[in-house]
Write a protein that binds this ligand. Structure first.
Ligand code: 0A1
Ligand code: ZN
Length: 878
């Protein structure tokens, strides 16, 4: 299905494989320096497949050692073997047959971290999307489901623990030095969910009893000496399992559930059936080394991978174009879990913040693609914010449109209808049409049309008639993906807020659209909604809870925003009004050469921080200024990051001056006393207290408040917050250098904390940062081959530090391009991912734009780039 150019894969070319693999029997023999894999496939020609169809198995950097058909070596004319393909001809026309394939691989040399590799001595695998073909030849596509029996053999010293998917079925010694273990997974699965792990690992275990009384042994494995930090992850796992039973009626389906935390991993984690493999960053926590954000991240990722057991594993994807079928849905589920476990409005605000920060720029730039793409060159490059986060928003909109009960009925139908299948987005959406008795064909455009729709809102109030008229208008540009611009079905949740802060009754609205209580279904280009009999002009709280992922354009009076920020009964609405006001004020200051945002806006932030009717976590969100990266997005064209930096810093200091008394009192009141709790409530108090640190310290032009906090901190959230203020606002000062040095000494043996140390320095908006980063790249603790460490430095600079990355002299771009070139030779997937930092280069002012283009073009012109990196660079430059 590859194109003439040999690389483009298209959705329209999908067809099922000619052969079916019913069962896989595998023996993995691990040795120092290499591994031998013996695989027996139980195959059958698919009914209707052409009689002359060849069996074409995928491979990637493989060496074939043996090949036998039903026990007889295949003669040379019967097959063709290359590193990336094994082709067999003349296979039986009917009935099952067995193909035995031997391969030999070198996990130690696998720096791509795809397939079987070694991380800190531990053998582990990553097979999504196309890693299984780096272990053996296979129909490495998600619609080929098979049962697997796996036997692992290894040295007993080097690998006392031997794990694979499914349930353990046997094991024992093999002579004096070696041993084996056997696993059987009864659930047919695609190869991307295959996993084995072997090594010296510590463990924590607990038992979980499912709703129907089945006992499941839960174990989390870590590198030696770290299992004490897995307690919170275990707790999160048990809560996830219970939640999925309650909320979606989904029970776990094997006797064991294993999680392994490893230190070299390209992504966050992987949902392999019964054997999840995690980047240890999303497992290991304790108060001394992890922040509250880390705790929330672990909870979310543990839940996400667990939820995949039903949405991804039991029902998988027909092809990789359907990736959002499992990812969008599973993100929706993990977000719902966090909302139920923590605070719904705080979680919603955090998700919207992430969506705008990561997905909006993607959707509005050169890497734009529909939630369900129709073509790709390298599937690894489609694990994007659009597939995950916008994909989740689409599921959320379906839930909003159907309402809670019908949505649940649709989910039940989906599980019932497609369990054990490899499904499509059409299959998924049809379940909600059937369960909801509703036509979602227009809604389906959300999966097909790329780009963020604009939603323009205006209002007219007729004083004498007591009539409010709302106008809504949607539009969608043809962006880089070149998909359609047809009007979509946009659910717009709203409220009318009276002067006393009460929601008015809106049931009497008259409209040319469909209005369902507080939900306007905008399906045409425009709609008008009219409310009569009002005794005064209400405040319009629009797009409550961000009911659709749109770019809201609402010419809202500042007085309305100030009022809504104070009294909207919908907490999301309060945050929305305030942050839109703050964002607009900063953009105006940046564009008009003003020093800082006006006092009226800052005072509203101070008031929000002090509002005791709101939970502290929400107050922290409301008193946070947008970061420089966010401002870069908001300014959108002819961006000068020096100006952004200057205005943001003066605004921060101005905020500290306006709020000084309030903030100091709050910080005293919220001071850390008593024992550490990772609860959302305790974390919210820390968040509010720590958010106030930067404005206070910058206003005082004095780091001492941060120094004191650094020295007295009793947990990582407080310590890191103080260190961030020191390194980012007092860079190069003795106070900052002393604290950085002390931090390094204290945590020199802790890989996860050292990542923070690298990232903090790379993300400091300071003229001296680039030199520092160059030196850090030569630091003995820096390892480009470790994705977390590489990300700390490269994404710390290019993703979190626009002031330095977008330096007018182009030095930031050149450094990044150079590092990406080096990283690409080791780990193309991670290099490609980090190269996306260049995606907004066209929104820079001309000088920067030119410098970025030059750096990008130089890199793109190099010989031997990976397909991963070349794909990102080509699309970014196109
Ligand atoms: N399915 C995983 C994400 C994932 C994708 C690719 C990987 O390759 C290195 C690893 C993980 C998830 O959504 O959690
Ligand atoms: Zn996922």
């Amino acid at each position: 299905m590859r194109d003439e150019d040999g690389v483009t894969i298209r959705l329209e070319d999908y067809r099922p494989a000619d052969f079916q693999i019913h069962h896989v029997d595998m023996t993995v023999r691990l040795f120092e320096g290499h591994a031998e894999i013996d695989t027996t496939l139980e195959l059958e020609r698919r009914p209707g497949a052409p009689a002359d169809a060849e069996l074409r198995l995928d491979g990637d950097e493989l060496t074939l050692t043996t090949l036998a058909l039903d026990g007889v070596a295949v003669p040379a004319q019967g097959f063709e073997a290359a590193a990336d393909r094994l082709t067999l001809r003349g296979l039986p026309q009917s009935g099952r047959f067995r193909l035995a394939i031997g391969t030999r691989i070198e996990p130690e040399r696998n720096t791509k971290l795809m397939g079987l590799y070694r991380s800190n001595g531990v053998w582990c695998t990553q097979c999504e999307a196309e890693g299984f073909r780096r272990i053996t030849y296979f129909l490495d596509r998600p619609d080929c489901l098979a049962t697997y029996r796996v036997r692992l053999e290894a040295d007993r010293e080097a690998a006392p623990i031997l794990l694979a998917n499914g349930n353990p079925v046997g094991g024992g010694p093999l002579g004096e030095l070696r041993h084996f273990a056997e696993w059987f997974d009864p659930h047919p699965k695609p190869s991307y969910l295959f996993a084995v792990v072997a090594g010296r690992l510590d463990a924590v275990s607990e038992t979980f009893v499912t709703g129907s009384g089945r006992e499941v042994a839960l174990t989390i494995y870590t590198e030696r000496g770290l299992s004490e930090r897995a307690g919170y992850a275990m707790d999160a796992l048990k809560r996830s399992m219970r939640w999925d039973e309650r909320r979606f009626g989904r029970e776990y389906d094997l006797d064991v559930f294993n999680i392994v935390a490893i230190s070299d991993f390209n992504m966050g984690a992987m949902e392999n059936k019964g054997l999840n493999v995690f980047n240890h960053k999303y497992v290991l926590l304790d108060p001394d080394t992890a922040t509250d954000a880390d705790y929330a991240g672990v909870e979310t990722v543990i839940a996400h991978e667990y939820f995949h057991n039903w949405t991804g594993n039991r029902i998988t994807c027909r092809d990789w174009f359907q990736l959002c079928l499992k990812e969008g849905l599973t993100v929706y589920r993990d977000q719902e879990f966090s909302s139920d476990e923590r605070s719904r409005p705080v979680k919603r605000i955090a998700s919207v913040h992430t969506l705008k920060a990561n997905q909006f720029p993607e959707d509005q730039g050169p890497l734009q693609h529909p939630v369900r793409p129709t073509q790709y060159r390298e599937i690894n490059n489609f694990y994007t914010a659009t597939v995950y986060d916008k994909g989740s928003e689409l599921v959320r909109m379906i839930a909003t449109i159907l309402g809670e009960q019908k949505f649940r009925a649709g989910m039940d139908l989906y599980f019932e209808r497609h369990d054990g299948e490899a499904a499509t987005i059409e299959d998924f959406v049809t379940c909600f049409e059937d369960a909801g008795g509703i036509d979602l064909s227009q809604f389906f455009l959300w999966y097909q049309q790329a780009g963020t729709p604009k939603l323009e809102v205006s209002q007219i109030y007729d004083e004498t008639a007591g009539r409010l008229t709302l106008r809504l208008r949607q539009s969608l540009d043809k962006g880089a993906a070149g998909t359609g611009t047809r009007p979509m079905h946009i659910p717009v949740r709203y409220g009318l807020v009276g002067a006393n802060g009460q929601d008015l009754d809106v049931s009497g609205a008259s409209t040319d659209a469909r209005v369902d209580g507080d939900l306007i279904h905008l399906t045409g280009e425009e709609a008008t909604v009219t409310f009569d009999g009002l005794s005064g002009r209400p405040y319009l709280s629009i797009l409550r809870d961000f009911s659709a992922p749109v770019d809201l354009r609402y010419n809202e009076a500042e007085a309305d925003r100030l009022a809504l920020a104070r009294l909207d009964p919908n907490p999301f609405g309060r945050w929305r009004a305030l942050t839109d006001m703050v964002g607009d004020a900063l953009v105006a200051a940046i564009r008009n050469g003003q020093d800082a945002a006006p006092d009226s806006v800052l005072d509203a932030m101070v008031a929000a921080a002090a509002d005791e009717t709101l939970e502290p976590a929400l107050r922290a969100q409301m008193v946070s200024l947008p970061g420089e990266t966010e401002l870069t997005r908001l300014v959108a064209r002819d961006v000068d990051t020096d100006v952004i930096h200057a205005v943001r810093v003066s605004t921060l200091a101005a905020l500290g001056r306006r709020g000084q008394g309030t903030f100091e009192a709050l910080r005293r009141e919220l001071a850390d006393t008593g024992a550490f709790s990772p609860s959302a409530q305790a974390a919210g108090r820390r968040a509010l207290r720590n958010t106030l640190l930067a404005p206070l310290a910058t206003a005082a032009r004095d780091p001492s408040v941060a120094v004191t906090q650094y020295e007295t901190a009793r947990n990582m959230s407080d310590r890191l917050a103080a260190l961030t203020v020191l390194t980012h606002h007092f860079a190069g000062s003795a106070a900052a250098e002393t604290a950085l040095g002390a931090f390094y000494e204290r945590f020199v043996d802790d890989q996860l904390v050292l990542d923070k140390w690298f990232m903090l320095q790379a993300s400091a908006p300071d003229a001296g940062t680039l030199d520092k980063v160059v030196a850090l790249a030569a630091h003995p603790a820096f390892r480009l081959a470790n994705p977390n460490r590489a990300r700390a430095l490269l994404a710390g600079l290019a993703g979190l530090n626009p002031y330095v990355f977008h330096r007018a002299d182009g030095a930031g771009y050149r450094w990044m391009a150079d590092m990406l070139g080096k990283l690409d030779t080791l780990n193309p997937q991670t290099a490609a991912r980090m190269a996306t930092a260049f995606r907004s280069w066209r929104s820079m002012e001309p000088k920067r734009r030119e410098a970025a283009q030059a750096a990008l073009s130089e890199l793109a012109g190099r010989d031997g780039l990976s397909r991963d990196l070349a794909d990102i660079l080509d699309r970014t430059l196109r």
